[in-house]
Design a protein around this ligand. Structure first.
Ligand SMILES: [Zn+2]
Length: 196
């Protein structure tokens, strides 16, 4: 089938190789990734923001805000990927799981090494492990642990790639002493009160 050939592993790898390059536009002080403007932000700054919010007893607010932001970022990145790869509407076919795997595992945004453990296209479920998650930090404060941005990011990314709203939980976290952060996503039937 032409569609399968088009998105064979080799062609996808070449495609992603060409897409993944970061463009530095030094004259404008601009950096682009997937054609989108990005900034290089010290990881420490992100951790500082989380710890300062936690110190002000804003634990619930952290998870809420970072989740919203993560979902937006993940969704936009998946849209950019689909657009750059030349298919606005990702029709589900035999090559879809491979395509999603490539989009998630072969791109490097510095968030950590992502691996899809399980992927159910029709069930709309996914289990993703993230080794070396940028957001995870061992902490004595339980309210400071938890990778809320990364969870939101994966929710947004997979929702857009699968074409259905997914939500999830982080079942394992390096911040709690686990080896990797693990996220389980599934379909949501509740209309979110938050406009994303
Ligand atoms: Zn984590």
């Amino acid at each position: 089938m032409a569609s399968v050939d088009r998105y064979s592993s080799d062609s996808l790898r070449r495609l992603l190789g060409s897409l993944s390059s970061v463009t530095f536009k030094d004259e404008d002080g601009q950096i682009e990734y997937f054609g989108q403007k990005v900034v290089i932000l010290r990881r420490d700054a992100f951790q500082l923001m989380k710890s300062e919010l936690a110190a002000r007893n804003a634990g619930g607010t952290i998870s809420l805000i970072l989740g919203i932001v993560g979902r937006r970022v993940g969704g936009e990145e998946a849209k950019a990927f689909k657009s750059q790869a030349g298919f606005q509407e990702l029709s589900v076919n035999a090559s879809t799981p491979d395509l999603i795997r490539r989009a998630v595992e072969d791109t490097n945004m510095g968030y950590g090494k992502m691996l899809i453990r399980e992927l159910g296209i029709s069930a709309k479920t996914a289990i993703i492990s993230v080794r070396n998650c940028f957001e995870a930090e061992k902490s004595a404060r339980r309210d400071a642990s938890g990778c809320f941005f990364t969870l939101g990011y994966l929710e947004g990314l997979f929702s857009e790639l699968i074409g259905s709203q997914l939500r999830g939980v982080e079942t394992n976290c390096v911040g709690k002493g686990d080896e990797s952060c693990i996220f389980e996503l599934g379909p949501t039937f509740e209309k979110s009160q938050w406009k994303l």
